[in-house]
Design a protein around this ligand. Structure first.
Ligand SMILES: *[C@@H]1O[C@H](CO)[C@@H](O)[C@H](O)[C@H]1NC(C)=O
Ligand SMILES: *[C@@H]1O[C@H](CO)[C@@H](O)[C@H](O)[C@H]1NC(C)=O
Ligand SMILES: *[C@@H]1O[C@H](CO)[C@@H](O)[C@H](O)[C@H]1NC(C)=O
Ligand SMILES: *[C@@H]1O[C@H](CO)[C@@H](O)[C@H](O)[C@H]1NC(C)=O
Ligand SMILES: *[C@@H]1O[C@H](CO)[C@@H](O)[C@H](O)[C@H]1NC(C)=O
Length: 218
């Protein structure tokens, strides 16, 4: 044990002289290191490129979804009735109905929709039979704002023979509703874009059941 130590020390001490390939080894190491650094640079470049592609994809996705301005959908959802005076007699047909219509503004955008005062009009054939005011308000992002309007539907301006023919055919009052909202979609609180939406719905009032049926909007 005592002899081993000096021998080991001596070997270690003389090893550079013993090994004539010391420089070659060093060169091999240097080449390997250069190769290593090159690989690292390439790897780094690949990462940067991948990140750029990733970021572009995210921005594109953002532009195509969040920042895209879509048209809100405005429609009649349902209705109930208060006054319900309908005379189907052939000689003097008429209707006088107070309708509470629930309207809906479906806002698909990632920002609120602020709209101005407007009106909704109800038609029997081509005759306007009632209208209501739509006060300005906001529809929250990605949600449907529902509200009621009260409409007095009256047949005073409807030609008598037209109404008599309808009542003879079936106990329903066919109606259509029209409206246009003007407003703006606000994205990220800074980007504002004007957006209008039109309503056109058709519906029937079933006289015997006093219900709104066949409601359809486009
Ligand atoms: C909207 O209607 C309200 C009352 O409902 C009125 O005070 C306001 O001036 C109207 N705004 C516009 C722009 O017509
Ligand atoms: C609208 O009125 C009906 C009753 O006529 C009610 O059931 C409904 O909840 C109302 N809708 C809104 C949004 O206030
Ligand atoms: C947006 O609408 C407002 C009125 O609501 C109008 O004054 C403005 O000029 C419109 N902007 C564009 C870009 O159409
Ligand atoms: C109207 O309602 C009554 C009672 O619910 C029903 O018998 C009738 O078929 C309805 N008519 C139409 C056209 O929907
Ligand atoms: C309206 O609804 C009734 C049932 O409620 C149906 O029998 C009738 O065909 C519908 N009419 C139209 C035009 O869709």
């Amino acid at each position: 044990m005592a002899e081993n130590k000096p021998e080991a020390v001596q070997r270690a001490y003389t090893s550079p002289q013993v090994n004539p390939y010391g420089r070659v080894d060093e060169e091999v190491v240097m080449v390997a290191e250069r190769e290593d650094r090159r690989k690292k640079r390439v790897k780094c470049l690949i990462y940067v490129a991948a990140f750029a592609v990733f970021q572009t994809a995210i921005i594109l996705l953002f532009a195509l979804t969040v920042m895209k301005v879509r048209t809100p959908k405005f429609r009649v959802r349902s209705a109930s009735f208060e006054t319900f005076d309908v005379a189907t007699v052939n000689t003097n047909p008429s209707f006088n109905i107070k309708m509470i219509a629930e309207l809906g503004i479906k806002n698909p955008n990632f920002g609120r929709y602020k709209y101005q005062n407007s009106t909704i009009e109800f038609y029997y054939m081509k005759t306007k039979v009632g209208e209501a005011i739509i006060p300005r308000a906001r529809s929250k992002a990605r949600s449907t704002r529902k509200f009621n309007v009260t409409v007095d539907l009256s047949s005073v301006n409807v030609p008598r023979d037209e109404l008599a023919a309808t009542f003879a055919a079936g106990a329903v009052i066919p109606l259509s509703s029209q409206s246009r909202l003007r407003g703006k979609v606000e994205l990220m609180k800074v980007m504002k874009k004007n957006k209008s939406t039109n309503m056109y719905c058709t519906m029937d009032i079933n006289i015997s059941s006093r219900q709104l049926v066949n409601l359809s909007c486009r």
